[in-house]
Design a protein around this ligand. Structure first.
Ligand SMILES: CC(C)(COP(=O)(O)OP(=O)(O)OC[C@H]1O[C@@H](n2cnc3c(N)ncnc32)[C@H](O)[C@@H]1OP(=O)(O)O)[C@@H](O)C(=O)NCCC(=O)NCCS
Length: 224
């Protein structure tokens, strides 16, 4: 029997299905995106891998195996349905995939928090696509998901990523020692955060600087 290409759609999966800025569009990756995604990942492998954890040795490689990529999409979809993580491909408005951005480790209860993560292809770096994507995700986090705090954790030597945090005026909160496994080593990370109160104070500036006047809102998105 041929493997199904359809994904199960939960009602809540529709929440934030697509976030649109002036230059980028964020949407969940689908199995059909595999060729494009693997091409980007292969072309940018040396650019991306120094900043990423080593995968589990037994997990199949989604770059090499379409079924592993399909499973990856399904895992993001389930996490979205269960409100534990939200993953998005970053597409240019003409449809080209250039990276990913995610909200992970969503904690409800008294925390109401999540972590933002991101990458962009090497040949699309330096155009501000990630800051734009992160602003869209922050708006989604605070205004659609109702979260109270979004954090980013960055290797001290990752100057480009720290520039993104600085541009977005994320508050630097200090260093967490040996926080994450990166390329097999437990690495210290600088912690950054923004709370809903800070978002509310700065949202107009964010939208003016990073989303510009051309921002369009799709059905289901709200401009407040
Ligand atoms: C960090 C990263 C996501 C930034 O995304 P981006 O869309 O390029 O962000 P920006 O355009 O705002 O550029 C950020 C900084 O990158 C540097 N940069 C600019 N052009 C660049 C280029 N062509 N190539 C490499 N770096 C460049 C600059 O220092 C820039 O800051 P500036 O605008 O003040 O000069 C991207 O560099 C990346 O994916 N790096 C590899 C993976 C990674 O580090 N992920 C984050 C882990 S925490």
């Amino acid at each position: 029997m041929q493997a199904s290409t359809r994904c199960i759609t939960f009602p809540s999966v529709r929440r934030g299905a697509s976030l649109t800025g002036p230059r980028v569009e964020l949407r969940a990756l689908r199995a059909q995106d595999w060729e494009q995604w693997r091409a980007v990942r292969l072309a940018s492998r040396a650019w991306l891998e120094p900043w990423e954890p080593l995968p589990d040795v037994e997990s199949p490689d989604p770059v090499a195996d379409v079924e592993a990529f399909r499973a990856r999409c399904g895992a993001w979809e389930r996490q979205r349905a269960f409100d534990t993580a939200y993953g998005f491909g970053v597409f240019l408005r003409r449809g080209e995939l250039v990276g990913e951005v995610s909200l992970g480790s969503v904690q409800r209860g008294p925390f109401q928090s999540a972590f933002v993560g991101y990458w962009v292809a090497q040949d699309h770096a330096g155009h501000g696509y990630v800051p734009e994507a992160v602003v869209l995700v922050l708006r989604f986090a605070f205004e659609e998901l109702g979260l109270h705090r979004v954090e980013a954790v960055i290797l001290p030597r990752n100057v480009r990523s720290r520039r993104v945090a600085a541009k977005l005026e994320l508050r630097e909160e200090g260093l967490s020692e040996r926080l994450l496994q990166i390329q097999g080593i437990w690495e210290d990370h600088v912690r950054y955060a923004i709370t809903r109160e800070e978002w509310a104070q700065r949202r107009d500036d964010y939208e003016r600087v990073f989303l510009g006047r051309r921002t369009r809102f799709k059905a289901g998105e709200r401009a407040r």
